[in-house]
Design a protein around this ligand. Structure first.
Ligand code: SF4
Length: 326
């Protein structure tokens, strides 16, 4: 599982620190598809980079840590921030945003596959034997091994994305992180990519973390999800519950803005814009856009707490409700 403990990160800039993740506590479990949603600039990708241990200046961890622990092939493992990169591909892997453009366009896919497999995992075999394993894996995923001979520029965007997912899952990692995995793909290809990710998670029984601004992706794929706003998680729960009965005002507006099939209602977006992370408002950061904001909201940061069993939110209104219900 992935444990995020009191994590705060910031970007160091010449104009001062920009705090992007604020005292985040979260546990992502084994064998679940976990979604991280929110508008652009809310910190989703920074969080994912921190989970994958890509913390390079100007990004800095100010406090807390990420712990990756579990069991693979009968051996227990535990790595924390600063060590997680030692186990890339093996226990954790990453499908980056715009993954299609990550592949080197002038290197055949077979070389890119072989180079990404840690040496110790292929030390007892020839390159031809490694490639045979890769080709068999591609066949399992219903991909033609012929793609190994291709240069990335010869493949469609969808095919490149499938190749990246195959690369990221070849070593059966315990955790796969996918950042906006369907961006820049047409709707039909998007559906195929999501099905592939779901099928692989079911097969590997591992943890898949999907970051996407697209609520439709979360609805179709994830089991649990976190809604982020301005560097903090404001609501966490089962995806079905979040869509069926959102409780935080931001989530309510986010879900309310989604179009419904067969409805003849003009849906409206959330008015206003998220605050600049460099200079956020005091108190609840959603207050300038929240129809329920009070003076207290503008002064005091709401605690993130369990409002119902398995359901967490950060909102003074909900906290009052919890107190009233004992
Ligand atoms: Fe709205 Fe106040 Fe709740 Fe923030 S704390 S979401 S401003 S009601």
């Amino acid at each position: 599982m992935l444990k995020i403990e009191h994590l705060s990160t910031s970007y160091k800039t010449i104009d001062g620190d920009v705090h992007v993740i604020n005292d985040l506590d979260l546990t992502i479990k084994d064998n679940e598809i976990f979604g991280i949603a929110g508008e652009s600039g809310c910190g989703k990708t920074t969080l994912l980079n921190t989970l994958y241990d890509i913390v390079e200046f100007p990004l800095v961890i100010d406090q807390g840590r990420v712990v990756l622990e579990g069991e693979k092939n009968g051996s227990k493992f535990s790595y924390e921030s600063g060590q997680i990169r030692k186990t890339w591909w093996n226990n954790i892997s990453y499908v980056p945003q715009a993954a299609q453009s990550v592949l080197n366009p002038i290197v055949r896919l077979k070389k890119q596959f072989v180079d990404s497999i840690p040496k110790e995992d292929r030390k007892n075999e020839t390159e031809a034997q490694t490639l045979e394993r890769v080709a068999n894996y591609l066949k399992e995923l219903s991909l033609s091994p012929d793609v190994l001979e291709a240069y990335p520029f010869q493949l469609s965007g969808g095919m490149r994305q499938r190749a990246i997912i195959a690369l990221a899952t070849f070593m059966s990692p315990n955790v796969v992180l996918a950042d906006e995995p369907t961006t820049a793909l047409d709707v039909v290809v998007q559906k195929g990519i999501l099905m592939m990710l779901m099928r692989l998670q079911k097969q590997l029984k591992n943890t898949l973390v999907i970051v996407s601004h697209d609520m439709g992706v979360h609805y179709q794929v994830t089991n649990r999800m976190a809604i982020m706003y301005s560097g903090s998680v404001v609501e966490l729960g089962n995806t079905e519950d979040i869509f069926g009965d959102p409780i935080h005002p931001y989530t309510t507006m986010l879900v309310g803005a989604l179009p419904r099939v067969g409805e003849d209602i003009q849906r409206v977006g959330i008015p206003g814009r998220p605050p600049a992370l460099k200079d956020p408002p005091p108190g609840c950061r959603f207050a300038p856009r929240c129809p329920h904001a009070t003076d207290r909201c503008r002064k005091e940061v709401p605690a993130f707490r369990e409002v119902r069993p398995g359901r967490f939110a950060a909102c003074h209104l909900l906290n009052e409700e919890v107190k009233a219900n004992g």
